[in-house]
Design a protein around this ligand. Sequence first.
Ligand SMILES: Cc1cc2nc3c(=O)[nH]c(=O)nc-3n(C[C@H](O)[C@H](O)[C@H](O)COP(=O)(O)OP(=O)(O)OC[C@H]3O[C@@H](n4cnc5c(N)ncnc54)[C@H](O)[C@@H]3O)c2cc1C
Length: 436
Amino acid sequence: MPGNSKSLGKGRRPAAGASSPHERGEGEDVAIIGGGIIGICAAALLAEAGRGVTIFDRTGICEETSSGNAAAFAFSDVLPLAHKGMIRQLPKWLADPLGPLAIPPAYLPKLLPWLIRFWRAGAARHYEAGLAAQVGMMKLAEAEWMGLLDRSGTRPMLREDGSLELYESEAEFRASLPGWAARERFGIGFRHVEGEEMAGLQPGLAPRFVKGTFVPSWKTVADPKLLGKAVWAHAQKLGARFEHARAEHVGTDADGAVIALADGTTRRAKQVVIAAGAWSHLLARNFGDRIPLETERGYNTTLPVSAFDVKRQLIFSGHGFVITPLATGLRVGGAVELGGIERPPNFQRSKAMLEKAKRFLPGLDPSGGREWMGFRPSLPDSLPVIGQARVPNVFYAFGHGHLGLTQAAATGRLIRDLVLGQTPPLDLNPFRPQRF
Ligand SMILES: Cc1cc2nc3c(=O)[nH]c(=O)nc-3n(C[C@H](O)[C@H](O)[C@H](O)COP(=O)(O)OP(=O)(O)OC[C@H]3O[C@@H](n4cnc5c(N)ncnc54)[C@H](O)[C@@H]3O)c2cc1C
């Protein structure tokens, strides 16, 4: 192991009047690799429980994928991605190189094993099990977020005005009905709308939309980056710390975890949480866990707030993108590009969605936007990995795909329970790292 080893928990002198575990030189013993929304929420929940936490991130707190997403607390979004309706859409989507789904041909051979697992996850038996697991996770997600928003003073960042999903034809509407029926089974409320009611929910829509579905319980946040940073400020007040560093390797020995950083130094911690988003599988390999994590790259453009008066999140499922009104702008984006973590962004995708948005909301001013790409960390069965590695004292919290913001506080709660050795409120079997 390279030189200069520093303990995160041992041998610190208590400072006079110190109030945090770190300052008192006690108990700062949990290292979290990754300062995205998952790492932030895990840090907050662990710090609230009195543990000393340090987040290691190569860029900063909430600076990567968690900073630019579509801001939805999508608690009713319980359907696994692999399902028959979706798989039927694939040929149409793949035919359009700038459409909702793209696979760069050169990446296909590498992606194939993941695609096969994805296909299998769509089989009825797996689909039902995934749906039930997701429903349980979403109930916890909502309860944990509401609690964390209150405790961190961030509740004013919540928008509770629902979402409106829009259909361009009766056929598209009918194709969506089995999905709504599945949600109904789990008590998720919604209302199909048309005509004046639909126009009232979003004035200025193009006449091409014949029907919609309004989900009143859908929530969004003022800005995902600002929310992440505010929750981090709450964790920091409780003693959590940040170190700007890239973890090259994580290992364990009899005393806990040893983290080798890119600058050649090492850090020790009693326990470590891998929450490194789309890069987490690279660190999991250190422990012999081979986890089929891929990335669904997504794109958007954030326009000035004045671009259009969007009343609530608008969802264009047939085109694979959404429009979200944020406190800081109007965000237009989505799409899935199964293209890995190396290749450069193709911002033609952001432009293609913006052009469509202009057609769907003819009064929209598309000028002055900022383009962005992020890496959704995705497992083929649409469920995250939350659990212990093959070795003790190492925990995984990654792979939340399209739902990382939504499920971050629940993941923080589950990780806190695992780290503390307490029984989590949810059966973690469907999320176990060794399920593949
Ligand atoms: C276009 C788009 C729209 C989305 N919309 C929504 C939405 O509306 N609602 C929702 O719930 N989810 C949404 N998502 C998904 C959500 O953004 C992700 O699931 C979530 O941000 C993942 O969070 P994370 O903390 O796991 O990863 P990240 O935010 O990627 O954080 C991981 C961090 O780990 C760091 N890291 C990686 N490797 C190392 C290393 N070796 N050493 C140190 N640091 C390391 C990275 O620097 C990064 O900061 C969307 C995603 C995209 C792309």
